[in-house]
Design a protein. Structure first.
Lengths: 118, 473
């Protein structure tokens, strides 16, 4: 039963916390009239120029996909490289196979023109 | 044998990559060759699997295991893929130049299914499942010019991601309460605990919910009809047969080897899910006017029948699950193969396209009728033997009411299955004949013979299933 209680208390806390935080902020903040400067997003990079509902080139998406494959590859390569001496030949062959599979993917993307910028 | 036992998985990976590469090297993107390479390769891998029968091995401290159970499902997935490759033939012209990728993705989906059925670890299982589902996201959106196909792909992507999240949450809770993701270790840790933690119960329920999405059990079935109707018909066939069987294979293995019913009794949960699924699937199927959509609802109902065996939770019921999954390959793909051929010829899968099919293509109409009768569970077709195992399993473990619901709804299902036959035999006919390529003819014959032989002489398959089940205990 006590375990149910723990989950229950946790659930109630998660519900109450954001509401409490907003109420506290509302209580303690200064309350000036909203101005144009005030209504801008807070610390969100450069201010937007022009309409924000524009279309992005689909190329970005394909580049991101290809990047992702090799980004994840790096995650595997680093620990393998750090432990290269103790892992030995078996791990070396495995890593070559892994990279070969990814290279086929890159080859496919290249042939399909994913790396061309239109 | 050692690592050689993993040869089918490795060969399948290589085959998928080779088929993809052939499309890049050859002129016309290997349109002529890739199909043959994929088919011969799959057949070769199937032979390797047969040759490995009887060998067992466990890899990486139980993370992956090859046993009779894996062999059973390897045979199931590879033969399903092979039959679909054979029957797809002419339909692939709709994909114009992108045929090598289609074969490659189908092979990778098969690989994912095989990994799901053999994994002994929750994370490996999840990786296999993602390999399967991500391939299916692309495959269901493969008809680029068809809005409905794109819709199917997007819907499957969003709901598939949601179900993956649910399942991962369940996995994380099971990991939290047992300290491991390997089935055998989870089992041992849970055996040592005196009381079942509520966290674990939540984990099991979320895990079952995640699988229920993949199997399309009723509260989680909303995606199935739209996707089955929108996706290219051969893909739908594989989605209905392969993806379901893979989810059942993995669920059965987890529930038996990691979370046995003696510890936390999930049988009632599954029994209720099965009852709701059978009733809803069959009743909604009554109102359908499109054969693909009808088969989608029928496959929801069929998943309910298979779940009855899982809920029974005894050897008889489990044997029924495997038996039914195998005969479902022949009966369901047979029905989908006919639908594919008719759709290739007429461009539609509405009831009107099937009207008077018996006069235009008597063989197709006959095979469709036999497959439908098998799905309805009429002897001497295979479906009868399968339902017999499933329902007697349920009765043995005291779920008499569940068996009754199954029986009554099977009778209801006869109406809509035979409705299609009625249309084919006494509906008005146009004069166009339906061309059947040679490979599709072979696939249809395999489905027909499989459906009839398993029904008349179920002994060998039943034994095969029983051997496969024994390793889990």
């Amino acid at each position: 039963m006590s375990e149910h209680a723990t989950i229950g208390v946790f659930l109630i806390l998660t519900l109450v916390f954001p509401i409490a935080a907003m109420i506290a902020a509302w209580l303690f903040r200064a309350k000036p009239e909203p101005s144009e400067e005030k209504l801008l997003p807070y610390e969100c990079g450069v201010d937007t120029q022009g309409p924000s509902q524009m279309r992005f080139k689909i190329n970005y998406f394909i580049y991101a996909l290809v990047f992702l494959a090799f980004d994840v590859e790096t995650i595997f390569l680093y620990p393998w490289a750090a432990k290269f001496q103790s892992l030995g030949l078996f791990a070396f062959v495995e890593m070559i196979i892994f990279i070969a599979i990814l290279v086929v993917g890159l080859w496919y993307a290249w042939k399909e023109g994913a790396l061309k910028w239109y | 044998m050692g690592y050689l036992l993993l040869a089918p998985e490795m060969l399948l990976t290589v085959l998928g990559i080779v088929v993809l590469a052939l499309g890049l090297i050859l002129p016309q993107r290997g349109k002529k060759v890739t199909g043959a390479v994929a088919m011969i390769g799959t057949l070769g891998i199937l032979v390797v699997v047969f040759w490995q029968f009887g060998y067992e091995a466990e890899f990486f401290q139980g993370v992956y295991g090859i046993d009779a159970y894996s062999h059973f499902f390897r045979v199931l997935f590879l033969s399903a893929a092979l039959i679909i490759f054979a029957m797809a033939g002419n339909y692939l012209h709709l994909f114009s130049e992108r045929q090598s990728e289609w074969y490659s993705l189908m092979l990778f989906a098969t690989l994912g299914m095989i990994i799901m059925a053999s994994s002994g670890d929750l994370i490996t299982l999840y990786v296999g499942m993602e390999l399967m589902t991500i391939s299916f996201y692309i495959l269901s959106a493969y008809l680029l010019d068809d809005g409905r196909s794109a819709e199917a792909g997007l819907k499957y992507l969003i709901l598939g991601a949601l179900s993956s999240a649910v399942m991962l949450f369940g996995i994380s809770l099971i990991y939290a309460s047992s300290g491991s993701t390997v089935f055998a270790v989870v089992y041992q840790t849970l055996q040592a605990q005196v009381v079942t933690q509520p966290v674990l119960i939540a984990g099991i329920i979320l895990l079952i919910a995640g699988f229920a999405f993949k199997i399309a059990l009723v509260p989680f079935h909303m995606w199935a009809p739209d996707i089955y109707q929108g996706a290219p018909t051969p893909v739908t066939a594989y989605l209905a047969v392969g993806s379901k069987a893979a989810a059942f294979a993995a669920l059965l293995r987890i529930l038996v080897t990691a979370l046995p019913a003696a510890h936390y009794n999930w049988t009632m949960l599954l029994a209720i899910l099965a009852a709701v699924t059978i009733i809803t699937g069959n009743l909604i199927a009554l109102a359908q006017r499109n054969v693909k959509r009808l088969l989608a609802y029928s496959s929801i109902a069929q998943a309910g029948y298979i779940l009855v065996g899982l809920a029974a939770s005894n050897v008889y019921g489990f044997k029924g699950v495997l038996f039914y999954a195998m005969l479902y390959v022949f009966s369901n793909i047979g029905a989908f193969a006919v639908a594919t051929l008719v759709e290739t010829q007429s461009g539609s899968s509405d009831f009107d396209a099937f009207s008077g099919l018996a006069k235009r293509a008597p063989m197709l109409a006959a095979i469709m009728t036999i497959c439908m009768l098998s799905l309805a569970g009429i002897p001497p077709m295979a479906g009868f033997a399968g339902k017999f195992y499933l329902f007697s399993g349920a009765i043995q473990s005291g779920y008499l009411w569940l068996a009754f619901i199954g029986l009554i709804m099977s009778m209801v299902s006869v109406y809509y299955y035979l409705n299609v036959s009625r249309l084919m035999y006494i509906g008005k006919s146009s004069e166009q004949s339906v061309p059947v390529p040679a490979m599709a003819r072979v696939a249809l014959l395999v489905c027909l013979v499989g459906t009839l032989i398993i029904g008349i002489y179920p002994q060998p398959l039943s034994q095969f299933a029983e051997i496969a089940i024994q390793v889990l205990y």
